[in-house]
Design a binder for this molecule. Structure first.
Ligand code: HPA
Ligand code: ZN
Length: 349
């Protein structure tokens, strides 16, 4: 795995790294279950009396070698089995937000996968109450704001997605939107057109993973059958010039995840990651960590990998940070405040 493009001197890289650390930014693509670090997996297993199929933290990390999305998902769903109580979900969220705050993160819109938990007997309310408690405490401790996005598992059927939306009903004032994740190929967006329409009627925002492993047609479907407000990943859109032109024209935000793409072999080398090309094509790309405990890094690690692999400039970092606020589900005034904060920081550094 090659991270260094050879572009720029070491000193210039260090300069950009210092700039990156203080750069205000938002994260728009983060699966909270994917922030479960091996150490925490062990701690939760112990306190909940769950037996893990691993003898040590090292053994867990050694298992994180993936050649495609499904390899990761199998391990990710198994790992989530240690999450049982409200305290587990709260602690999980707090650990993530602490890292986000240390990375200059101001705001996050976090995914959760309720079906992963309800299908093994953990009530929706335990998951939601725990995460919401962690989000509130993170705001009090570090000033980091956040919103919650409920993801439907696309390998399950439409009825199961509708049942999940029904279970979420008492929480809909605290959930900003719905998303679509899990095994992409073979589970096109249109499978969930009706449940997304029902979610829209309830005033929820809509996002979907599309074009990570799936073809450009899945991105078209996310736009035309689901009417999404954002595309998660979207890498394979670049195979279709008309789609690129449309995404640029419509100002569609793409939540791009560099280290995830490398770990899941969506790209073979960081020097060939499409992020820089996306910006050059006028796409509203953002940088995100996806499942940081599994893919080798949190938000700034993803920016760093892109800087090293693609030789991103300071101006491109500023654009990415502005895109992260502009593409968020914050109010227009909050978005403008985030963007102004980025501009003031850039002007001063
Ligand atoms: N893709 C699809 N589903 C997921 C992912 C991802 O990167 N992470 C967690 N669920
Ligand atoms: Zn994802």
């Amino acid at each position: 795995m090659q991270l260094w493009s050879g572009a720029g001197t070491i000193a210039a890289m260090q300069d950009l790294d210092a700039f990156l650390k203080g750069l205000p930014k938002a994260e728009l693509h983060l699966h909270i279950e994917g922030s479960l670090e091996p150490e925490q997996m062990f701690a939760f297993a112990q306190r909940n009396g769950v037996t893990l199929p691993y003898a040590s933290v090292e053994e867990i990390r050694a298992a994180y070698s993936f050649s495609r999305l499904q390899d990761f998902l199998d391990i990710y769903y198994a790992g989530a089995g240690v999450l049982l109580t409200e305290a587990d979900f709260k602690d999980l969220a707090l650990a993530y937000f602490e890292r986000l705050a240390a990375d200059g993160g101001r705001h996050a819109e976090i995914f959760f996968d309720p079906q992963t938990h309800t299908d093994r007997g953990v009530p929706f309310s335990v998951v939601a109450d725990g995460l919401l408690a962690g989000m509130a405490e993170a705001q009090a401790r570090w000033g980091v704001t956040s919103k919650l996005i409920l993801c439907f598992l696309r390998h399950l059927d439409e009825d199961a997605a509708f049942a999940t939306l029904a279970a979420a009903e008492p929480y809909l004032d605290r959930i900003v939107g719905v998303g679509l994740d899990s095994s992409e190929v073979g589970n096109p967006p249109a499978k969930f057109a009706r449940v997304f329409a029902a979610a829209k009627v309830k005033g929820l925002k809509l996002v979907a993973h599309a074009g990570e492993e799936g073809p450009p047609e899945y991105v078209y479907e996310a736009l035309d059958a689901l009417h999404v407000d954002r595309i998660d990943h979207g890498n394979r859109s670049l195979e279709d010039a008309a789609l690129v032109a449309r995404l640029a024209r419509e100002g569609m935000t793409l939540t791009v995840c560099p280290l995830s793409n490398l770990k899941l072999c969506v790209v073979d080398d960081m020097t060939r990651h499409p992020l820089k090309r996306m910006l050059e094509l006028g796409l509203h790309a953002t940088v995100n960590s996806d499942d940081p405990a599994y893919f080798g890094g949190y938000l700034n690690d993803n920016y760093r990998a892109a800087i090293a692999g693609l030789g991103l400039s300071k101006a491109e970092l500023v654009q990415l940070a502005k895109n992260s606020f502009a593409g968020s589900f914050l109010s227009e005034a909050e978005k403008a405040a985030g963007i102004a904060e980025v501009e003031a920081y850039a002007a001063a550094h």
